[in-house]
Design a protein around this ligand. Structure first.
Ligand code: NAD
Ligand code: UD2
Length: 303
């Protein structure tokens, strides 16, 4: 049994990770400011340090005695980065540097959440890890900054890291009431209650939706793959789904017809985001296990 620090452990992905760590017999310490996460998501029996991941002293104490750190705390929203550029930068990049800095003393390996947002709009699909990085949002720019500081952490300070570029993650516990929530939780919530959904633009934009269980599997396997070379991997399925097809698939999972309204496309919206999963397959020996339809039924059942 080992003790792991999970920053953002009261959030959507972090709470699933904590449950998986406990299920394999490990102990968990959570650092979370509960800004978007919830105390209800805290793993029963886990220690909670409530505070800001950019608070260097707090992160240093949270790092004491841990065998590894999973760094997920962030303002996980492109739109929030538009509204509060400086504030999200503090959480998303300064927070990551605070984690890496605290990992120095005990040479603690760090697996951290990056994002498909580092790629921006790409013309060659699916997107492999070595594609040019052209973030189109403060959120994506800060996630790319995390990756660059992870390189520094390895090169200068000898800290082993692995960055995981999550594509569009979905699953139970993604808060559907948050205006910044992912499209699947919003659509499932509305369609299950017989309410219309709003598709931004023509709905032909596509995303690579990956189930949270597959993300957790990548995080767990990732600790052994962390190194001072600071590798970075896509966490995705390699399958594209349009927003319109998604709305119909969710309606089918709810046993209803989709009532779809259209609104103008989001400013700066990426048209197609599709990841190449072969890098993760090779390094982590992982295949995505939960298909979209199965995952949608699970979310609808959870609501
Ligand atoms: P989430 O909002 O559910 O979880 C983030 C957690 O971090 C929350 O519990 C929140 O309270 C906490 N937090 C936020 N700011 C903090 C701060 N300054 N100090 C301490 N805690 C703070 O989001 P999530 O979807 O679980 O995202 C987890 C990670 O994965 C994030 O780093 C996010 O950027 C990344 N990611 C998510 C997706 C996705 O589709 N959900 C895609 C790509 C990357
Ligand atoms: C971005 C990132 C993703 C992750 C996520 C975190 C990219 C390509 N992806 O996802 O990696 O970091 O942010 O939040 O940068 N939509 C509707 N109606 C709605 C809600 C959404 O049509 O009510 C559309 C939206 O316009 C988009 C798609 O659904 O085309 C997905 O939107 P999202 O907010 O779930 O995630 P996205 O792709 O902005």
């Amino acid at each position: 049994m080992a003790l792991y620090l999970v920053t953002g452990g009261c959030g959507f992905i972090g709470s699933h990770l904590c449950a998986a760590l406990a299920a394999r017999g490990d102990a968990v310490r959570v650092l979370d400011d509960l800004s978007t996460g919830s105390r209800d998501n805290l793993l029963p029996g886990a220690e909670l340090l409530q505070g800001d991941v950019a608070d260097a002293a707090l992160v240093r104490s949270a790092m004491q005695g841990v065998a590894g750190c999973f760094h997920l705390a962030a303002v996980a929203s492109v739109e929030r980065g538009v509204q509060d550029w400086l504030g999200t930068h503090r959480a998303n990049l300064t927070g990551t540097i605070a984690v890496l800095d605290a990992a120095r003393a005990g040479r603690v390996p760090v697996v951290y959440a990056s994002s498909a947002a580092v790629y921006g709009e790409q013309h060659i699909l699916p997107i492999a890890e070595d594609a040019p990085k052209r973030p189109l949002s403060a959120y994506g720019a800060d996630k790319l900054g995390c990756e660059q500081h992870a390189l520094v952490a390895g090169h200068v300070h000898g800290i082993a890291t692995l960055g995981l570029r999550f594509f569009n993650v979905f699953g139970p516990r993604q808060d559907p009431r948050s205006p910044y929530s992912g499209v699947i939780s919003i659509f499932c919530d509305r369609l299950a209650r017989g309410e219309p959904v709003t598709v931004f633009g023509d709905g032909g934009q596509t995303r690579d939706f990956v189930h949270v269980a597959d993300v957790v599997a990548a995080l767990l396997a990732g600790l052994d793959a962390a190194s001072t070379a600071a590798p970075v991997l896509n966490v995705c399925t390699g399958r594209a789904t349009s927003v319109l097809d998604l709305a119909h698939a969710i309606a089918a999972a709810c046993g209803r017809q989709a009532d779809i309204r259209h609104a103008p496309a989001r400013a700066g919206e990426i048209r197609h985001s599709l990841g190449d999963p072969t890098g993760a397959r090779a390094l982590l020996d992982l295949e995505p296990k939960v298909g979209l339809r199965q995952g949608l039924e699970e979310v609808v059942g959870w609501l």
